[in-house]
Ligand binder design. Structure first.
Ligand code: NIG
Ligand code: FE
Length: 418
């Protein structure tokens, strides 16, 4: 039988990690079963992966005569990272808050003073869509250089119909100018605007914003938090979104134990995010509803707050995913850095952190059939890191070891020293 012609072949990898998971998230005892192949290779034709295995097995099965060859000796090959929680689109920055946080001023106090999210809302309302697109493209480029090939992007710095829609449109336009794929989430309920009560604004979100977000966003989200949106208001918002086809994510139990994990399970949320203060019962219920726990260690670092306890979720069988939570409070575009934090503060193993940054994150975006692992037939999204093995990836931090990024079969990042 004629061999299939490969366009790109990565070969001789110190380790190639497939993260193949038989269609399910890697959870419980399997949370770290990522499939490490020493002397690994990957062959790509067009957008797709056509062979994965040891170098000798792959070269036996494909025709590599005309392929672009990458020698990954001494390096690690991973699936492209999936950053499943970002606030991509906004204007301005909030470096002034770093000192306040160091002095111990609480996050919700900064918000009450009109800073935090509300500061970014003022700047984002004043920005043109074009400016927002430029900002977003710059961020996407940095993410891509750090190995991220797909992200989720939330709105939430408009808190009024016009600007919320401007943000969603800006994300869609930015996606056209970057190889990074974007999944849009409508987060109109990110804070209460100064001219409304939480109840009044909940009504605006449900009656005026959600209908307009349909077609622009795939998910609906809410910041369920003490003094922001109550469990009851969050439930109403999430259910209204669901009714018109927005799948559910939720900022849950981030700063206080509010019952966010329980609500996530009740409404069958695809993901519940942050979860620092989730209750044992909430975690148990999330395991039953199959909700993915999206943990965001960079937020703990930037906010100087405690970290979620990943082991409790893993032990309960809840799939754990990681994200950067890129936003003006947490200016972090790097998944490897988030993994480095996860291994130290969330007590995850390197293998668990890799699964959480690839296949589990893909599951949390309902895209695991196409991305998140290196398997035959899947979209060819892959990263070559200058790291001798997968454990080295979260071990080193503060530098970028990503050398090559391949998105949909195209080489989109190539460091010159390769
Ligand atoms: O996920 N907690 C709410 N939302 C963001 C922070 C947004 C901001 O402070 O601008 C988060 O951490
Ligand atoms: Fe967030």
């Amino acid at each position: 039988m004629a061999k299939i012609k490969a366009d790109v072949v990565i070969q001789n990898a110190g380790e190639l990690v497939t993260v193949a998971s038989k269609g399910k998230p890697l959870a419980g005892k399997n949370a770290g079963h990522i499939g490490v192949i020493p002397d690994g290779a990957l062959a790509i034709a067009g957008h797709r992966i056509i062979a994965v295995g040891t170098t000798s097995a792959v070269l036996k099965n494909v025709d590599a005569a005309d392929a672009q060859i990458f020698d990954a000796s001494g390096k690690t090959v991973l699936p492209g990272f999936v950053d499943c929680h970002t606030h991509l689109v906004f204007a301005g920055s909030r470096e002034d808050e770093l000192e306040l946080k160091a002095q111990g001023v609480p996050y919700l106090e900064i918000l009450k003073r009109g800073g935090g999210i509300l500061q970014t809302v003022r700047q984002t309302r004043a920005a043109s869509k074009g400016q927002l697109v430029e900002n977003a493209v710059r961020t996407l480029n940095t993410m891509l250089e750090h190995g991220t090939t797909t992200i989720e992007a939330k709105s939430g710095y408009g808190l009024e119909v016009k600007t919320e829609m401007k943000i969603l449109d800006a994300a869609t336009q930015a996606a056209k100018r970057s190889p990074v794929e974007i999944v849009n989430t409508f987060l109109g309920a990110h804070a209460v605007p100064p001219d409304a009560t939480a109840d009044q604004y909940t009504k605006t979100v449900i009656e005026e914003m959600i209908p307009q977000a349909v077609g622009k966003a795939e998910y609906g989200d809410v910041f369920c938090e003490k003094d922001v949106f109550s469990v009851d208001q969050s439930r109403r918002i999430l259910k209204a979104g669901k009714k018109v086809g927005l799948k559910t994510r939720i900022h849950a139990d981030q700063l206080n134990r509010t019952g966010g994990a329980e609500l996530a399970a009740e409404v069958n949320a695809v993901s519940a995010d942050h979860l620092i203060h989730a209750s044992t019962d909430g975690i148990r219920r999330m395991a039953q509803s199959g909700t993915v726990a999206v943990l965001l260690p960079a937020t703990g670092l930037s906010s100087m707050l405690p970290y979620a306890q990943a082991r409790a979720f893993i032990d309960a069988g809840v799939p754990v995913a990681l994200g950067t939570d890129f936003n003006p409070n947490c200016w972090c575009e790097s998944m490897p850095f988030s993994m480095a934090l996860a291994c130290r503060y969330l007590k995850m193993t390197a293998a668990e952190a890799i699964a959480a940054s690839t296949i589990n994150a893909a599951h949390s975006l309902n895209r695991a059939d196409r991305i998140g692992s290196l398997e035959v037939g899947k979209q060819a999204d892959a990263v070559i890191l200058d790291a001798p093995n997968h454990q080295f990836v979260p071990y080193q931090f503060g530098v970028n070891r990503v050398q090559t990024v391949i998105k949909k079969g195209n080489v989109v990042v190539q460091k010159s020293n390769e």
